[in-house]
Design a protein around this ligand. Sequence first.
Ligand code: HEC
Length: 157
Amino acid sequence: MYKTTRLSLFIIGLTFVAPAFAAEKDPNLKLIKARQSEMQLRSFNAGPLFGMAKGQITYDAETASKLANNLKALLELDMGRAWAKGTGNDAYAGKTTALPEIWSTYPEISEKGQAYAKAVNELAAVAGNGLDALKGKIGALGKGCKGCHDDFREKKN
Ligand code: HEC
């Protein structure tokens, strides 16, 4: 009798705890974090390149080359698992700005990804060759980011 009561109390306890626990441990939240973190790394590396092109930061060949090559290195990451279907802002409002169109219009986003990759590769090849060379390729990089965000990322208010 005592045992049964303890057991049922334990089970009741579990049912109260479970929903909060489940929300916290939803593995999709982790993958959303991962893809956002990779985007943050893009921003971290691309930011100073934009700054140099605009003359806000003094151009430095070594730094420019390193930053552009960091962007190139990021292309090597296979982040596919972080873009699981069903993890758009329709299901995870407030947690992600990824639009459901990523999945409903697939593979359109991969075309944007390819345009971006091309821009990164072309920039990395010349970023250390002087400010003019950087300026010649930075526009395509900006378009690469924006081109995808315009269609597949929730607009900032
Ligand atoms: C092929 C599409 C695509 C390209 C190219 C792309 N992004 Fe993104 N980016 C996204 C999507 C989709 C999100 C929303 C991710 C989410 O919230 O889950 C995002 C989110 C972000 C965020 C916000 C991350 C966060 O913490 O919420 C930053 C910053 C960002 N991108 C920077 C960049 C920069 C800089 C570039 C170019 C150098 C770039 N992105 C290129 C699709 C792209």
